[in-house]
Design a protein. Sequence first.
Lengths: 325, 159
Amino acid sequence: MLKGVHQNLEAQQTPAFFVRGANAFSRMVFFCALSIVFMAVDARLNYLSHIRQGFIAALHPLEVVANAPSEWYRDIKKYFSVHNELVQENYVLKQQAFEHKVMLQRLSTIKAENVHLRSLLNGDMPLQPNAILGEISHMGRDPFTRIVVVNRGSQHSVKAGQAVVDSKGVIGQVTRVYPFTSEVTLITDKELSIPIQIERNQLRAIAFGGDNNTLDIPYLPTNVDIKVGDKLVTSGIDGVYPAGLAVATVSQILQNPESPFAKIVCTPVAEVTNHLQLLLLALPDAKDTAPIEEKITQEAKVAKDNSKPQTKVQTKPKANINAPH
Amino acid sequence: MRHTNIVSIYFTLLVALLCQLFPWVGQGIIFRPDFVLVAVLYWLLRAPNLCNVGTAWVAGLLVDLATGSLLGQHALSFTITAFIALSYQRRLVLFNTWQLAGYVIALLTIERVLMLLLKLFAGDENPGWHYLWPILTSLILWQMMIVIFGGLTRPRTKQ
């Protein structure tokens, strides 16, 4: 038995004991140092984004191959979708379209009225943002980050920072753009904050991502006028999200007597898991926003004693939360 | 140790990367095994003359680039895991199937914990216990690798 082992070892051309080159430990130290440098550069500086983009573009064919089976599955499922379901869906859609048409009739008169009133007040015309229709290609490679990947990229003139919405409300923001895809960070991500307004009383605040697919509104005092079921909409003061988009509904208010702030938990209204289509709203142009900011500063001079203008997202606890709208 | 072809190593790594890129929609993604890590560990333990710590680092870097995580995260955790794997590589001949499985579980856990630490340093939130599911699925993948490509030691000669 032992003899057999010996013979087999001899039959190999090069014994593994002596051909390793550098010591494994020194290799490990070298590569660890290299990765730490890479991490530092990637986290703090922006040099590597081009390399990443180039690599993702080079990887695109591989990604297409990897995506192919699920797309075939989806197509086949679509092909075999039952007649009955289609009829039912058609019926529901027709009903919805009818309801929307009725609402649209009112909308056009209201819009005309609004334009008229705004012109009376010398106000700015609200911008109609351009939008790109995208489709979620997958939920990101890492299951523990709140990111979805959309099949529109810099080739379709997507830019980082664009707001992303679905038919129900805001989904999130484009955070990284690749040539053919882009990453959308969901509003439930801890890193993302969104300026909101309570629809009922126009109270302004900032919502942050919370645990388990929720949003938190920190820094609101315990006696704030907010109820379970209140609807949160975007306030539009950051220049990223257009005003008036639905964001979330308040689902829980916890008042801890020891804390000066209430813990307000909200559920986002957008349904990322239920459908694939979403809209990427174009960023407002710099020249369009400039006069608005000017106007705000002018207003601020007039109303200096009451409140300060909120042109940027503020995270300080005492950001003028109860400022009159 | 058996003779292995370097082309098959790189081909397996490419396929593993492809599997990593496979889109997952829904909750199943938390069970996804670490395809690239298992492939790297397998070749590292089977053919350390062709595949070393540097290969693990390059594979980790590719995973970082492909998944969009912080560049160097996977590279660092793969490198350290590969080093630990290699330091006991010569004793694996003596291990039976269960001992080998235990060894692989230990390596996978080390990689998972390292990755978690790096993520927490980078400012991610604590993902909770289901973060450890991929260890189990990776172990299943490991056993599949052994079935497909053969065990780490020589096949027993019939006497």
